[in-house]
Design a protein around this ligand. Sequence first.
Ligand code: FAD
Length: 537
Amino acid sequence: MTSAVDTQADNGAVQAQYDVDVAIIGAGPAGLTAGYLLSRQGYKVAIIEKDQTYVGGISRTVEHEGYRFDIGGHRFFSKSQAVVDLWNEILPDDFIQRPRMSRIYYEGKFYSYPLRAFEALGNLGIMRSTACMASYVWSRFFPIKEVRSFEDWTSNQFGKKLYSIFFKTYTEKVWGMPCDEMSADWAAQRIKGLSLGAAVLDGLKRSLGLNKRPNNGMQTKTLLETFRYPRLGPGMMWDAARDRIVEAGSTVLMGHGLKQLASDGQGGWRMTATRAEGGETVIRAAHAISSAPMRELAARIHPLPQTTLEASRLRYRDFLTVALKIRSEDLFPDNWIYIHDSKVRVGRIQNFRSWSPEMVPDDGVACVGLEYFCFEGDDLWASTDDALIELATREMAILGLVRPDQVIGGAVVRQEKAYPVYDDEYAANVAAMRDELEAAYPTLHMVGRNGMHRYNNQDHAMMTAMLSVENIIAGERVYDIWCVNEDAEYHEAGDEGETKTLPNRPGHRDISADQQAALDSVRAVPARVARANRIAA
Ligand SMILES: Cc1cc2nc3c(=O)[nH]c(=O)nc-3n(C[C@H](O)[C@H](O)[C@H](O)COP(=O)(O)OP(=O)(O)OC[C@H]3O[C@@H](n4cnc5c(N)ncnc54)[C@H](O)[C@@H]3O)c2cc1C
């Protein structure tokens, strides 16, 4: 049951206290999925969300004077029917099916993605095309023998010239490290099965109209021709989930940041949250679910876990979007454009009117989101909003996509911890914290993207929450949400010869193929080439 008591604190600030079944940290897809399912089963939950305005976390939709934009465009796609069913249940009437179009921009020209051979040759011009072919032939005859890095692998596969045009700049913008320091494994995994010969053949067929498919064999991976999208953006899904939770009698507390999660000594929890407007709220619960970054959680658990130091070493890549409001009836048709040009710092440009016409207030305007990948505190992150809007306006002009006089306003959204970083140590640090907390606290459940330090999509975050809810209902950890799809690096940290795919632990229920489909959607992230190899290179 929920019971809220407002009391007067010594310093005059009002303090509220809730007694619930489950206390949840974070109103992103993971936290709201857990809250929604628990409320539906009659459990009372209280969710704390540090953002004062928006639920949805990284999947929120920000609104600014009638313009709506995502933190990156969010497609709703899952191979898990259970996740799709849940989306349809929460938002039955508001999904639209949108055509997908995205191109690569390089030195003033657009390249279809996937590439079309004649178009690419025409865009590159005869000199550069010849140079690309020559460098490809060179790489066939004289490949780099000891392949260590992304650069080595991709240059061998496509030739140095094509690597520098279609891979180097964008990859470095996104990950913030040079391609010659990224591991070759990631390239092999990411660009698996794509060879220049096959791409040229496919592109020739495409140019001649003989191949209408989005791409040979890659449809399921990256190239869905259409996608589903809530008509007012992904935030619409998460607003609806919040509303249903509240209708069921539970609580979503906005502007509440986790201050402390203390064991109550009886297997339950006493969660303290700091209110943005001052004062504190206390929530007492039998279970706690956390979608907060593992690093933050570790520092706020009382008593402090022994692995707080390991958790403090987890790192993140951050992200900011500069949304520009533009007077234009006919902006480019793409949903997004990859910017491979090194003259500008923007990595990708979203065109939100192409995601849904309802993302803009009328037909005469458009809203683009210029995405800058950065680290919290670097020069981009620390720039003022005005300076970033000016930079974005200037870069749109340099790219020839929008004239400065078409820009009628702008807004900046900074997203800290957008990408969990997979460095040499991360798997061991995550495993250490997880092992300690799971052994000590059967009623603490870590879920979601930063909550499990996994680079995943919404469906994965949701499935980890869905299975944790099953665990809470069962009164024991019947599902092991960590054991599925362990990545190779974690296993490499263990004993040689250990099995690569961990079976569920004894005593745990088997994960169904459908559940596994969502848990398997974790995306690959480049690791740094080991230091010894970098020095040797
Ligand atoms: C650029 C980009 C594009 C993406 N595109 C897609 C896509 O097309 N499709 C897709 O399915 N997924 C996409 N994703 C991934 C998707 O955004 C995430 O998988 C999803 O949002 C993770 O949900 P979550 O609830 O685990 O975490 P989050 O979304 O991070 O939510 C966590 C919530 O917890 C709150 N919180 C954190 N710490 C505290 C604290 N101490 N106290 C209180 N509250 C706290 C945060 O404010 C946040 O609201 C994309 C991500 C990025 C960065």
